[in-house]
Design a protein around this ligand. Structure first.
Ligand code: GAR
Length: 196
């Protein structure tokens, strides 16, 4: 089986959907859930599922991205993963780190890329008057949120939507899309998945 490390910063609902999808018949298995702060709620959910966890806090490395990424890389390597999944990991990774995981690192982003890279995607989609929104899974390259697309799920924007109501509708699709993409990716298939 392919060994998967999942990087998180927060509640880890996407991490949970990935871990729970990796059953007996899956080409991959979770070997590490790593957060960049001990307060990440997802750590407890990973432990409850019997997955090894680690924290590499970015704060002691303030202003020194390279030393944070050295520590991150070292801890990840201990788990010997074949694939890295970013799942709500809110630190931007530099080209040096990304290159080390070239072709082996994927990310989920809450917009229909190439629209709305970066933050506040749902507020921006609403402000633009978009009639649909969604999420994307892509390979991670040095350019932020711009690597090759591996999957996309669309949802309608409903009248009266707020960033929070739209985020919830999109997040439900993230939980369906990301496991489907990981299953294919782990089997060596990079053809994009489009939902619905
Ligand atoms: C998800 O919506 C994910 O797409 C987004 O953060 C949320 C994490 O939720 N990621 C980004 O914005 C990456 N720039 P989760 O911790 O419950 O999975």
């Amino acid at each position: 089986k392919k060994r998967v490390a999942i990087l998180i910063s927060g509640g880890g609902s996407n991490m949970v959907s990935l871990v729970d999808s990796m059953g007996e018949d899956h080409p991959a298995m979770p070997v590490l859930v790593l957060a960049n702060g001990a307060e990440a709620g997802g750590l407890e959910k990973a432990r409850a599922r019997g997955v090894e966890t680690a924290v590499v806090d970015h704060r002691p490395h303030k202003g020194d991205r390279a030393s944070f990424e050295e520590a991150l890389h070292a801890r990840i390597c201990e788990a010997q993963p074949d694939i890295l999944c970013l799942a709500g990991f809110m630190r931007v990774l530099t080209e040096g780190f990304v290159r080390r995981w070239d072709g082996r690192m994927i990310n989920i982003h809450p917009s229909l890329l190439p629209k709305y890279t970066g933050l506040n995607t749902h507020a921006r989609a609403l402000a633009a008057g978009d009639t649909e929104a969604g999420c994307s899974v892509h390979e991670v390259t040095a350019e932020l949120d711009a690597g090759p697309l591996l999957g996309q799920a669309r949802v309608p924007v409903e009248p009266g939507d707020t960033p929070a109501t739209l985020a919830a509708r999109v997040l439900a699709q993230e939980h369906i899309l990301y496991p489907q993409v990981l299953r294919r990716f782990a089997a060596g298939d990079k053809t994009p998945v489009f939902l619905p």
